[in-house]
Design a protein around this ligand. Structure first.
Ligand SMILES: NC(=O)c1ccc[n+]([C@@H]2O[C@H](COP(=O)([O-])OP(=O)(O)OC[C@H]3O[C@@H](n4cnc5c(N)ncnc54)[C@H](OP(=O)(O)O)[C@@H]3O)[C@@H](O)[C@H]2O)c1
Length: 236
């Protein structure tokens, strides 16, 4: 049985990933800040004995280390970073919210790197050896939140954190290539979640089904790439 660890698994895209992988017979290590508060995750775990709930705040080194200690020696085929925040305040020059910006970098960039470092040997010990993170790209309908420098738009905090994530994971992909560990960035499209809002054109089901198809390819063939839920490369 293959094993996936999903961060931010209690809602949005992370929860849908957990649903789909569990339905497919995977062991799902569903990590979230307050697993005991998530009725959805508790219900999923009750339906599927292969779903385990784990506490993880990606910005907190102690939580990350505790999880790594708990999972010591356990192979993780896919480490999937879905947690993320989108600060809404202080988006314009003259009113920049630096606390929100720091939090975005802590969560969207350092959180991914911190969890990856802590669980790297679990991934290395697995069959698939795959690390994936949800980035963001231009949506035709929602052109303000892409991670590509070439795009117009606003959102200093969110977009710069995702652009930095793209850079960091590109470096990571090269660094881990000799060990046969794959690192891929995914663009989910604009999806109906708390973050994406009600007007987004894609359902979580559609977006996640697409991203799972991409992830199911040969891991090293997609390593170092930034791919959409439709499998099409996105601009950096
Ligand atoms: N929805 C879209 O249209 C869209 C588009 C492009 C990219 N994305 C990216 O896709 C990913 C998932 O987004 P979403 O739409 O599912 O967002 P969401 O519905 O707002 O869910 C965000 C998830 O991240 C978790 N999270 C936030 N801070 C965390 C932390 N410090 N430690 C652990 N978990 C934390 C949240 O947990 P709590 O419940 O504890 O807050 C929640 O589970 C994000 O990386 C986002 O940037 C989304």
């Amino acid at each position: 049985m293959s094993t996936i660890l999903i961060t931010g698994a209690n809602r949005g895209l992370g929860l849908e990933f957990a649903h789909q992988y569990a339905a497919d017979g995977w062991e799902v290590l569903a990590a979230s800040r307050q697993p005991e508060m998530s009725a959805d995750l508790k219900q999923l775990a009750a339906q599927h004995p292969t779903v385990g709930l784990h506490r993880l705040d990606v910005t907190d080194e102690e939580f990350v280390q505790d999880l790594a200690d708990k999972l010591d020696g356990k192979p993780i085929d896919v480490l999937l970073h879905s947690s993320g925040i989108y600060p809404r305040e202080g988006q314009h020059i003259g009113e920049i919210d630096y606390d929100g910006w720091r939090e975005a970098m802590e969560t969207n960039l350092f959180g991914v790197m911190r969890v990856t470092e802590a669980l790297l040997e679990n991934v290395a010990a697995s069959q698939r050896k795959q690390i994936a993170a949800i980035s963001t790209s231009l949506s035709l309908l929602c052109g303000v939140q892409g991670g590509s420098v070439a795009q117009a738009g606003t959102s200093y905090q969110y977009r710069s954190s995702k652009t930095a994530l793209n850079m960091a994971l590109s470096i990571l992909a090269k660094e881990l290539e000799p060990r046969g560990i794959s690192v891929v960035l995914l663009d989910p499209g604009w999806v109906k979640t708390d973050m994406g809002g009600a007007h987004a054109p894609l359902s979580p089901q559609e977006s996640i089904a697409g991203m799972r198809k991409v992830l199911a390819g040969k891991p090293m063939e997609i390593s170092g790439k930034f791919l959409g839920h439709d499998g099409v490369p996105r601009p950096w």
